[in-house]
Design a protein around this ligand. Structure first.
Ligand SMILES: Nc1ncnc2c1ncn2[C@@H]1O[C@H](COP(=O)(O)OP(=O)(O)OP(=O)(O)O)[C@@H](O)[C@H]1O
Length: 442
């Protein structure tokens, strides 16, 4: 991007409906629109401060604090960069989609950077009453994929174990899409027989079969202008897969008993916990259908892969569980949960907390309020890799992260076992927090 004058820059900043700023090569905020200034507290003195200090509270650029820095990447490549970051805003911590564009002079040299932001409303980084929450690396990677896919019409395939939040992700894609004002319609594909599948999906005419006493609209028609979410798409029998393929390929369908072809208008999101690739190889899932539905696959992390989100998820779910709003969870109970493998993922965490709330007479969930399987399951040991040579600081960080998510006792005792003073342990945890912003400071 080449610009002629500073007033042109002001025009660009003010035309952006969300926060936008002009940055110097040295991370300095040179100009900002009203919404950028408001986002970071409304103080005009924001100008001439460094962007990493304002949005993250860091003393050094993001890449030196263990995060990707779009400005650095932009200046290295000379090309536009887009990343998802967690920013400290006037609402607390928020997920922000950052787009950084280099601005060049007539000689082609980069002279400024234009930072445009989009506040991600579909996920929260602090306990929230609605929608998805998360802030771990695994969650943020998934959120970035959602942000990339949502604005387009591409068919998304959500891949994840049961209870990982596939339905919530499908809703988030719908909310972030141009179709968000239309309906979000879920089709539960498991257990659908041939006749049910057709009449549920396509609807039926009056008298088209015994019991069809009136005309019924199908789910495809209900999703007109919106999103059709096919949950457990791997459970659709082979005989019905061809009907789904025809619908997707032609964009038309016939109601049961109807003659006229109907025009379909939906964005498709599918989900499965099965390996469709294996099913294709075994002849149990049509390859042509697989390619149609899997244009943009998104992997959902298991809860065991995003243990840093455990505290956030527990506090969020407690807000949502009837009777759980006034109940807290002790750090010992959290540490015990941190050792558990959660085969049922977030849904299992919710069930565990729902039960624990009924035992927590004192208003705090303690380890004794957790079910016995939490303590019986073999603990997950993320071993420190030893076939590769790594910097010692990284090995120490990895080990400390592992210890902190597995150790159930007091920090005082842990410091003794680690052979350091309690102050040193706190210092190391604090340094780790600055890099990872996770739940380690208890
Ligand atoms: N990131 C998240 N933030 C808040 N709640 C979540 C999150 N992920 C999942 N949940 C909660 O966990 C439960 C299970 O989520 P959901 O039904 O979306 O999972 P699923 O993967 O579709 O499960 P299944 O495959 O069994 O249908 C719900 O109560 C949901 O609200």
């Amino acid at each position: 991007m080449v610009i002629e004058s500073f007033s042109e820059i002001a025009g660009i900043l003010n035309a952006h409906p969300e926060p936008a700023a002009l940055l110097s090569l040295d991370y300095e905020i040179l100009a900002a629109n009203e919404s950028y200034t408001q986002l970071y507290g409304g103080d005009q003195r924001i100008l001439s401060r460094k962007c990493f200090e304002v949005s993250h509270g860091y003393a050094v650029p993001c890449d030196q604090a263990g995060e990707s820095c779009p400005l650095k990447r932009c200046s290295e490549t000379g090309k536009k960069q887009r990343v998802l970051h967690l920013h400290n805003t006037c609402h607390g911590e928020e997920h922000v989609d950052v787009e950084m564009t280099p601005i060049k002079n007539e000689a082609g040299e980069v002279i400024y950077f234009l930072e445009k932001m989009h506040l991600v409303k579909e996920a929260a980084a602090s306990p929230s009453g609605l929608g998805m929450v998360g802030r771990s690396k695994a969650f943020n990677t998934m959120l970035e994929m959602i942000q990339r896919a949502a604005p387009s019409e591409i068919s998304v395939l959500l891949l994840g174990e049961s209870g990982t939040g596939k339905e919530l992700v499908a809703q988030a894609i719908h909310q972030a899409s141009r179709r968000s004002k239309g309906a979000f319609v879920t089709v539960e594909c498991s257990g659908l027989t041939e006749s049910l599948f057709e009449s549920e999906l396509f609807g039926h005419e009056k008298g088209s079969f015994t019991g069809a006493i009136s005309r019924k609209q199908g789910l495809v028609a209900a999703a007109r202008g919106g999103t059709l979410f096919l949950d457990e798409v791997g459970d659709i029998p082979l005989s019905l897969q061809v009907k789904l393929l025809r619908l997707i390929e032609s964009g038309t369908y016939r109601t049961v008993g109807g003659i006229e072809p109907q025009h379909a208008d939906f964005r498709l999101v599918c989900a499965t916990h099965k390996s469709l690739k294996t099913m294709v190889a075994e002849g149990r899932f049509r390859q042509d259908l697989y390619y149609r539905i899997s244009a943009f696959p998104i992997d959902l992390p298991r809860l065991a892969e995003r243990k840093e989100d455990l505290k956030l998820l527990a506090n969020t779910l407690l807000k949502r569980i009837p009777g759980g709003e006034a109940v807290a969870i002790s750090s010992k109970a959290l540490r015990a949960l941190g050792l558990y493998a959660f085969p049922g993922n977030v849904r299992e965490l919710r069930n565990i907390l729902e039960r624990a709330v009924l035992f927590a007479d004192g208003g705090v969930i303690e380890p004794e309020h957790l079910p016995s399987e939490v303590f019986e399951s073999p603990s997950e040991v993320d071993s420190v890799p030893c076939q590769t040579i790594l910097p010692l600081t990284q090995v120490e960080d990895d080990y400390l992260r592992w210890v902190l998510s597995h150790y159930q006792g007091e920090n005082r005792d842990l410091a003794i076992q680690l052979g350091v003073s309690e102050r040193t342990l706190y210092r190391k945890i604090k340094a780790l927090n600055t890099k990872n912003k996770d739940f380690l400071l208890k």
